[in-house]
Design a protein around this ligand. Structure first.
Ligand SMILES: C[S@@+](CC[C@H](N)C(=O)[O-])C[C@H]1O[C@@H](n2cnc3c(N)ncnc32)[C@H](O)[C@@H]1O
Length: 386
């Protein structure tokens, strides 16, 4: 596989961009055709509009192009003269934005960021929005936009053709005025719309019931397994170790259900819930606060265990097997690496995966001891230690 091109040429200049986490042999670029198309249409149709709000920028291509554009002395970029606000749910996207800002000589204080579980800033005169993978997150963000911005503010919405849902115009029409699909360019498509006169209510969170435990789980927009408890998680719940009175980590906690079972099975353990999604952590916080109000639990928004000093007796992991829209085990391998570095002597990482994913071999690459704890027709649960 060839190395990704790092130079993003756009209507306001060029940027050096890489994805996060940084891999020396990353074959994928830090931008795509939809980023380029959005900036082209902005330059053609709304060159004088500022400030701008960018949602779901993947590695900073949109935000950094616009921040830089505000500095240029001539051409359409000069007229932007804007402050750029950015918002999203993904810590990994935020880390990519910060790292790429540094590489392009842009100081962090010039970036204004808010997480998807926080209110959006007011004041933007136009919005650039990348359609997220989860439609529920899109709906959540459209409702938040209708609450933050006045009627008539234009939105440019884009995604790669292969990732766009068929009913996008219909979804946009529930939250925005005059949604319309534009022409395709760079294998991507633009949609135009305006903020509606009436504020729209956000879609309610999903609620999952676990009757055996008597638990009600809140699952916010965009969070893993909103319609029903994931069948892998259900099997994992039957195999959570007992008898631990030290530190347990729920790595990639989603709605927090795995960590909650660890709390139930281990009454004197301390729990750390970690995810890269702000809305996942918001769901987990709420679920734990209602179900285990007296337990000692910490929450970490980050890429895996980056930035945490804590060592663990047990790490529980149901890893993602996608990166964005693509099937990819690089995140699982990275999370195995993080777990290994954060194990106490004698500590264990318990991992569940679809049997066809071959996690056993990946774990053997990194751990001295790997054993199978349980399996059913679809899933295998492993223990790995040093
Ligand atoms: C398969 S889901 C498992 C969720 C939950 N533990 C369960 O079993 O229902 C994987 C979780 O990993 C999170 N995740 C993905 N990449 C991550 C990363 N780099 N660092 C931390 N968490 C990540 C996702 O947001 C998602 O919540």
């Amino acid at each position: 596989m060839s190395l990704a091109d790092r130079t993003f040429v756009h209507p306001f200049g060029s940027l050096q961009l890489r994805r996060w986490p940084r891999l020396s042999d990353d074959p994928l670029r830090g931008w795509d055709g939809a980023d380029r198309y959005l900036l082209e249409v902005l330059a053609e149709e709304l060159p004088q509009v500022a400030p701008l709000l960018v949602l779901n920028d993947q590695s900073g291509a949109l935000t950094l192009a616009l921040v830089n554009a505000a500095d240029v002395d001539a051409g359409p970029a000069n007229q932007l003269g804007c402050q750029v606000y950015a918002s999203g749910d993904s810590f990994v996207a935020y880390a990519a934005l910060l790292a790429n800002a540094k590489d392009n000589g842009i100081e962090p204080k010039r970036l204004s960021w808010s997480w998807a579980d926080q209110p959006l800033p007011g004041g933007a005169k136009a919005v650039l929005l990348r359609v997220p993978k989860e439609l529920s997150l899109l709906e959540w963000q459209l409702a938040a936009l209708s609450q933050a911005l006045p009627a008539g503010v234009p939105l440019l919405i884009a995604g790669m053709d292969k990732h766009l849902p068929r009913n996008l115009v219909e979804v946009l029409g529930r939250y925005l005025d005059a949604p319309s699909a534009g022409l395709g360019r760079h294998k991507s498509r633009i949609f135009r719309a305006r903020i509606a006169a009436q504020e729209k209510a956000p879609p309610p969170p999903s609620w999952l019931t676990l009757p055996e435990q008597g638990w009600q789980l809140r699952v916010d927009a965009g969070v893993f397994s909103r319609q029903q408890l994931d069948i892998g998680a259900r099997f994992f719940l039957e195999h959570i170790p007992q008898g631990i009175d030290g530190d347990i980590c729920d790595l990639g906690c989603g709605n927090g259900v795995i960590g909650m079972m660890a709390l139930q099975q281990n009454p004197s353990a301390r729990l750390y819930c970690c995810d890269e999604s702000a809305l996942a952590l918001a769901s987990t916080r709420d679920n734990i606060a209602r179900t285990f109000p007296d337990r000692l639990v910490q929450f970490h928004l980050g890429n895996g265990l980056d930035g945490l000093d804590q060592q663990f007796d047990l790490v529980l992991l149901n890893p993602p097997f996608h990166r964005g829209h693509a099937l990819d085990d690089s995140v699982a391998r990275m999370l195995f690496r993080h777990a290994r570095r954060h194990l106490k002597p004698g500590g264990v990482v318990r991992v569940i995966g679809n049997s066809h994913l071959g996690y056993g071999a990946l774990l053997k690459d990194q751990f001295g001891k790997v054993s199978q704890v349980a399996r059913n027709a679809k899933f295998i649960i492993y223990d790995a230690g040093l």
